[in-house]
Design a protein around this ligand. Structure first.
Ligand code: HXC
Length: 258
C-alpha cells in the first residue's frame, strides 16, 4: 500500500517503516497516525516478516503530536475520540520485534513512540524529551509511565517537569537507549540487529519479547512463573528441536518458524 507520510520497504524478512513528513519534522497528524497504525498492523500480520524497524529522518525521528492540529481541540472532542490513544497503541500491541532507529529529535509523542518499541538504537545526534509541559500539556501516550519505569523516578520527573532534552549519551547512560552509533551508521546497525533477530525462529523471538514485556506488567514472582511456562512451551516447537540438534551436530540451525 502507498502512504503519504511513510516510506515502507522490505529487506529480507525485515519491514522498515520510515516516518516521512519532513515539513513538520514528522509531527504526528491524524493521517500519519492512521498510516502508521496500518503499516504496523500489516507488518505484524505478514508471514514473510519477522522484525520491524521504525525510523525517521536524520533531523527528526518525530517532533511529537502535531501541535497545530490539536491546538484548538476541546475537552469533549479529546475525551470522546479518546485522543490520542485510540490510534496510538499499535506500536505497543505489535507482537513481532520492533526496533526504533532514532536520529535527531524524539520529542513528546516521538519519544513515547520510541519507548513503545522493544529497544532504541540511537544516532549520536539523537535528542529525547517530553516537552509537553512547555506548551501547557502533559505526555499523553504513556510518556510519564514508560519513562518512570524505564529510567526511574528522578530522571522521569526531571525530563517531564523541566521539559528539557536529553542527548544520546545521557539516554544510553540511564538505560533509555540500547546503543549509540554514529549517525551515518544508524540504519546499517538497526538492520543488522533486525536481520539477526529475523534469522531466529519467529515464534521463539515473539516469546522472548512477550516475556521481557511481562516484567513491566506484573510482580517478579508472576513474571518468573510466566517465563517458566513459556520456556516449557518452547519444547512443543520444531524450532527448539532443530536449534538444539544443530548445536549438538555443530552446524547452523535451519529454523522453520514452527
Ligand atoms: C507541528 C511542528 C512540530 C509539532 C515541529 N513542527 N514540531 N509542527 N507539531 N510537534 C514544525 C514547525 O512548526 C516548523 O514548521 C517545522 O516543523 C520545523 O520546525 P522548527 O521549529 O522550525 O525547527 P527547529 O527550529 O529546528 O526546532 C526543532 C524543534 C521544534 C526543537 C523540534 O520544532 C520544537 O520544539 N517542536 C515542538 C516539539 C514539542 O513540543 N513536541 C511535543 C508535542 S506535544 P513551519 O511551517 O512553522 O516552518 C505531544 C503530546 C503527545 O507530543 C501526546 C500523545 C501523543
Amino acid at each position: 500500500m502507498a502512504y503519504n507520510t511513510l516510506e515502507v520497504q522490505t529487506d529480507e524478512r525485515v519491514r522498515v517503516i520510515r516516518l516521512s513528513r519532513p515539513e513538520a519534522l514528522n509531527a504526528f497528524n491524524r493521517e500519519l497516525m492512521d498510516e502508521l497504525t496500518d503499516a504496523l498492523k500489516a507488518a505484524d500480520e505478514d508471514n514473510q516478516i519477522s522484525a520491524i524497524v521504525l525510523t525517521g529522518s536524520e533531523k527528526a525521528f518525530a517532533a511529537g503530536a502535531d501541535i497545530k492540529e490539536m491546538a484548538d481541540k476541546s475537552f469533549v472532542e479529546a475525551y470522546t475520540e479518546d485522543f490520542i490513544t485510540a490510534n496510538w497503541e499499535q506500536a505497543s500491541r505489535t507482537r513481532k520485534p520492533l526496533i526504533a532507529a532514532v536520529a535527531g529529535y524524539a520529542l513528546g509523542g516521538g519519544c513515547e513512540l520510541a519507548m513503545m518499541c522493544d529497544f532504541i538504537i540511537a544516532a549520536d545526534n539523537a535528542k529525547f524529551g517530553q516537552p509537553e509541559i512547555t506548551i501547557g500539556a502533559i505526555p499523553g501516550a504513556g510518556g510519564t509511565q514508560r519513562m518512570a519505569k524505564f529510567i526511574g523516578k528522578a530522571k522521569a520527573m526531571d525530563m517531564c517537569l523541566t521539559g528539557r532534552m536529553m542527548g544520546a549519551e545521557e539516554a544510553e547512560r540511564c538505560g533509555l537507549v540500547a546503543r549509540i552509533v554514529p549517525k551515518a551508521e544508524l540504519m546499517d546497525t538497526a538492520m543488522e540487529a533486525a536481520k539477526k533477530i529475523a534469522g531466529y525462529s519467529r515464534p521463539i523471538a515473539m516469546m522472548v519479547k512477550e516475556s521481557v514485556n511481562r516484567a513491566f506488567e506484573v510482580p517478579l514472582s508472576e513474571g518468573v512463573r510466566f517465563e517458566r511456562r513459556v520456556f516449557h512451551s518452547v519444547f512443543a516447537t520444531q524450532d527448539q528441536k532443530e536449534g538444539m540438534k544443530a548445536f549438538v551436530e555443530k552446524r547452523q540451525p535451519n529454523f522453520k518458524d514452527a
